[in-house]
Design a protein around this ligand. Structure first.
Ligand SMILES: [Zn+2]
Length: 716
């Protein structure tokens, strides 16, 4: 039922319907499809989800399926795997809608197929056990078996029913349909793998050209009719002997006037034929289904609807929004929605006719709020509107968003949907909420488990374990040591406060940035925290020593040090733009710090440039230490307000390199040569070197191997 908001511009995107939904038996609430994982478990409680028939509120995200798919191309700053996950979730397929008349009835079975080119190979049709036509097509002699089958399927989850590795189960109804292309009578079956919620809840069976149909036909001895053969050959293989379905394209056979056609062009031709004859039409279908937003929980925003006996569903008027949650509620944790029990809250006059009516007692999925919270940030103090469009359009979209991969088809899909809806309402002037997306890795903790124990007892708290000899303190059994995502039940959490109080916030921060690229998981390792602490201490001593000995710098230019400085600027800048590589940026700072440490003349202008550069590069990573050292050096302003550095390409040019001299592969010395020297020049330099003169005297040179930039080897 659509909510009619008349002149208030309602788009009919919210509706209520009865549907088989995912029921979380632990949290006592329904869940959206996006909130059930690939094992059929709740994203929140981890409970195995059950199927229940309930009347629920939905948002019509399917109206935006095509846009959500097409606009993925605009998201050049998103990881490909997130875009692939969204595209698969939306699941667009192009095909045809066909109708199979039921023998002895005026009813027809509608199917959607992506392979209309196989229509002449349809040898049976299958209905979902929940399909409303099941009762009418079932013949009297089959009623008991069909009823038993339908009942047995009602308890099984969608995931189990469609698992590819499971045998398909089905039963014949005794009813018959007509293949509208061939006119042949074909049996009507019901089977577990056909879901009523997907497509039309019925499929056509083409065992010769579909793996699942082939397996089903083999199992129940249904006829197999080949209608496509590979390549140009027009003979039909004996399909009853073939061991698998032929699912590729090819040449059409056994298909009347379409014989000899290429199967790809036959698709369009057969759809045209079906349209002309009135039993089918071209159709695009999406796997995406509408977003179920009803929850039977206390938390979450109440759905702002009033149910009136005379007016029906009435939206709460704008001036009464938002509907706040009542505070004086008793949470029993079980039973109906907690709001339903609070009569003083439930009973309200109808906003339309004023007669006694009742509030909707379902609350909204909390993902509703996270779908637009970021739009509130630019105008957070606005108490008249949700936000002022001018403000939001000025600041948004978000330049850089950070969020876990677990949100790929939840928050990140819902936010895109909300953005498009609000854009279409004229409230936003952009199509996509987040320009760039970084899906960060997780911090994993050292975890001890006892493989002989089960449930939560198998996780042993690390404070009870000696890391040099990990045994179960209760049983003495040896423990397994792994790194895994931190959680309370695994007793493997690391409080960053500990590292902060021991080493300081800068070290803790440097460790996290250094240990792994931001999109990868990182293993919390105390030794590596220590490593970052040592590095920052080295920087501290380097700079404070310099502060103490600081004099007016001499004007000597140290070319090698200058190259190190500008290489660091170049590399760190690159690591902070494009792909974020904080770990390699820190490596570059370590190199620069070492180069400064190893420099003999610490009074040159180049050394002074190096110290300043190191602090500016370090500032985003280790903000407190960089700021403190900056002030000790009495530089102007603050390190955090300095302009970011640009590298000098001239400084990067290597003019002289070290060339290794080898005799028969043994290193005998080295010399400095121009970096641009070619092989012939290198050989000449090498022959004149002291080492060569000494070791080659009186020997016959058989071969000279020159490797530019590296070495010259004399074989004697
Ligand atoms: Zn009313």
């Amino acid at each position: 039922m659509k909510v009619d908001r008349g002149d208030r511009g309602q788009k009919g995107l919210a509706y209520q319907k009865e549907a088989a939904v995912n029921w979380d038996p632990v949290d006592w609430t329904v869940l959206a499809n996006e909130q059930v994982d690939s094992e059929g478990r709740s994203w929140r409680s981890g409970a195995k989800v059950e199927r229940k028939l309930l009347r629920q509120w939905f948002l019509k995200i399917t109206d935006y399926a095509e846009q959500l798919l097409v606009d993925l191309d605009k998201l050049t700053g998103w990881p490909d795997r997130v875009k692939v996950m969204q595209a698969n979730w939306i699941g667009k397929s192009v095909g045809a809608y066909l109708e199979f008349p039921i023998v002895g009835s005026i009813e027809k079975i509608a199917v959607f197929t992506t392979r209309p080119d196989t229509a002449y190979g349809v040898t049976y049709v299958v209905l979902a056990p929940e399909h409303p036509l099941v009762a009418s097509v079932t013949t009297i002699d089959r009623v008991d078996r069909v009823t038993a089958f339908v009942q047995s399927i009602a308890q099984v989850s969608e995931l189990e029913r469609t698992a590819e590795d499971k045998p398909k189960r089905g039963v014949a109804t005794g009813g018959k349909a007509i293949n509208p292309f061939t006119g042949a009578e074909i049996p009507i079956w019901i089977a577990d793998y056909v879901l009523f919620e997907y497509g039309t809840g019925a499929v056509m069976g083409v065992p010769a050209h579909d793996h699942r149909d082939f397996a089903f036909a083999q199992c129940y001895d249904l006829p197999i009719q080949t209608v496509i053969v590979s390549g140009q050959k027009l003979e039909v293989d004996r399909p009853e002997e073939s061991k698998s379905a032929y699912t590729e394209s090819g040449s059409i056979v056994n298909s009347a006037q379409f014989n000899g056609m290429n199967s790809i062009e036959a698709k369009a031709e057969m759809i045209k034929f079906a349209e002309e004859k009135g039993f089918g039409k071209a159709r695009i279908q999406y796997r995406l289904r509408d977003w179920l937003i009803s929850r039977q929980r206390y938390w979450g925003a109440p759905i702002p609807i009033v149910h009136c006996p005379s007016c029906g569903i009435v939206p709460v008027p704008d001036e009464q929004l938002p509907v706040p949650l009542p505070e004086n509620i008793e949470l029993s944790g079980r039973g109906a929605s907690p709001l339903a029990q609070l009569e003083s809250w439930v009973n309200v006059p109808c906003p339309s006719c004023g007669e006694p009516a009742k509030r909707e007692t379902d609350t909204m999925d909390t993902f509703i709020d996270s779908s637009w919270y970021f739009l509130r940030f630019p105008d957070a103090k606005n108490d008249r509107q949700v936000f002022d469009s001018t403000q939001v359009n000025d600041w948004m979209p978000v330049d850089q968003y950070v969020g876990g991969i677990e949100h790929a088809i939840l928050h990140l899909l819902y936010s895109r949907f909300f953005t498009k809806v609000l854009r279409d309402r004229g409230l936003l002037n952009f199509d996509e909420p987040f320009k760039r997306l970084l899906t960060q890795g997780m911090v994993q903790g050292l975890t001890y488990t006892n493989p002989h124990k089960s449930g939560k007892d198998k996780w042993i708290p690390s404070n009870l374990v000696d890391p040099t000899n990990p045994i179960d303190p209760e049983t003495g059994e040896p423990l397994e040591t792994i790194y895994t995502t931190m959680s309370k039940s695994k007793h493997n959490g690391v409080a960053p406060e500990e590292a902060i109080s021991k080493y300081g916030a800068d070290t803790a921060r440097m460790f996290v940035l250094f240990k792994a690229p931001p999109e990868k998981d990182l293993e919390w390792d105390d030794a590596d925290v220590e490593g970052q602490s040592r590095f920052l201490n080295r920087v501290w001593r380097l700079v404070t020593d310099y502060v103490e000995s600081k004099t007016e710098p001499n004007q000597t230019v140290d070319k090698n040090l200058r190259r190190a400085i500008h290489t660091a600027i170049k590399e760190v800048t690159e690591d902070l733009t494009g792909e974020y590589q904080f770990n390699t940026a820190i490596s570059e700072m370590m190199k620069l710090s070492n180069a400064l440490q190893d420099t003999k003349d610490k009074t040159s202008v180049t050394f002074a440039e190096g110290i300043k550069t190191l602090l500016i590069l370090l500032a985003p990573f280790s903000p407190h230490i960089a700021a403190e050292l900056w002030s000790q050096l009495a530089y102007e302003g603050y390190v955090h307000t300095q302009k970011w550095l640009e590298f000098d390409p001239e400084a990067l040019v290597v003019d002289r390199i070290t060339l290794v001299i080898q005799i028969n592969g043994k290193v005998r010395g080295n010399i400095q040569v121009p970096a641009s020297a070619d092989k012939i020049a290198l050989e000449a330099y090498a022959r004149n070197s002291e080492a060569a003169q000494k070791y080659l005297e009186g020997k016959e040179i058989k071969k000279v191997i020159a490797v530019p930039g590296k070495l010259v080897n004399f074989v004697v």
